[in-house]
Design a protein around this ligand. Sequence first.
Ligand code: FES
Ligand SMILES: [Fe+2]
Length: 434
Amino acid sequence: MPTTSIRSMVDNKTGTMNRSLFSDKDIYQQELEQVFGRCWLFIGTESQVPKNNDFFANYMGEDPILLTRDSKGKLHAFLNMCRHRGNRICRADAGNAPSFMCTYHGWTFATDGKLVGVPGYKEAYFEELDRSQWGLVEAGQLDVAKGGLVFATWDKSAPSLRDYLGDMAWYMDMAFDRTGGGIEVLSGTHRWVLSCNWKLGADNFAGDGYHTYLTHASMQAARGNGPRPGYFGQGGWSMTPGNGHGTVRVGSGQGFNNTSGEGLPDSIAQYHRNTLPETRKRLGDFRANTGSTGGVFTVFPNFSHQVFMRNWHPRGPEKTEVWSWCFVEKDMSPEVKEAVRLRHTWMMGPSGNQDQDDMNNWLQCTAIGKTPMGKKVALNQMLGLNHDTKIEGYPGTANLAPSEVCQREFYTFWAQLMDAPSWNQVKLAPRTIS
Ligand code: FES
Ligand SMILES: [Fe+2]
């Protein structure tokens, strides 16, 4: 464990960082408590539990959880653990069931978390067990963001989801609220394990526009696009609305002009052209014109979006389990949904060509960052340092060229949480847009 405070490991004056935060075992244990134990975490979508008694299994950090819709339609997030001796009460990925019976001794819990069945309650517990005290452990708070995205936190004292997301919610609308019809996650989860720290994926999607011209050059070539001439002069932006969140747009101009659906399969491009007037009405020109996929972003700590939505689940300082989903707008026709699915699968996931490009870099960053010499050498995140700016009409701190402004914010907020004994000591960015 480093002798200095975590905060001092991230130095935004010099744009440097201590690499041990990617591999130190004590830091990892601390972030399970201080970050994953307290932050709002994405756990699924309403579309994955549409009917009463539907459930969907996910994780909050290392804790297995169940997102349920109870028999009256209310959403819950429970630790997927029997209150008797701690067995996992549900081993299915998703489904519909009025209750979950533990396979060890048969305690049974309803979808609202109540303990409704105890074998031997009369004969062996002599009716003395207070069943009302032994229901499933429920998240401290649960809330739903636009598009039907469900978030939960274990911490009852955490700020509201609205305040936690702050102005990030405004950027999330670009992906999840384009038509107001809501989004739908297609069935199935892409899952794979990476030998890297979870923060490397999260920070990449928060704002690493810098790597795209080179890391993804082979993908561009496979698509028939050449290298990107003048990439560094073309603009795009990195933007952080604070609270560790970040979004990045790589592309022509300032990323405000991708209204033609260029580069998309015809059916998807046509869908976006047809819905653009409605999206402009809902989101205004800036956000509507930012393109069909709403940019790339990470909601701190471990929820990212590109053409997917995904969790970077921590599995140890040097291990990450990625859970990734393809989503569509509910309003799309079956043909357009299928085109989105095919494009998603071609690009993303364990066999997608874009994800493959990225990940080997992160494995090497993790492996060498913990060697005796490697861990003593500072990590450089100086890109765009002292050149942050504002873009009129866009909330947050920005940098017009590829920049590490979002990574600096991600690790500053992370370090703040790691050191802070409670949310009262955490400085949240004020929400400026309702
Ligand atoms: S561990 Fe679940 S009933 Fe005993
Ligand atoms: Fe990438």
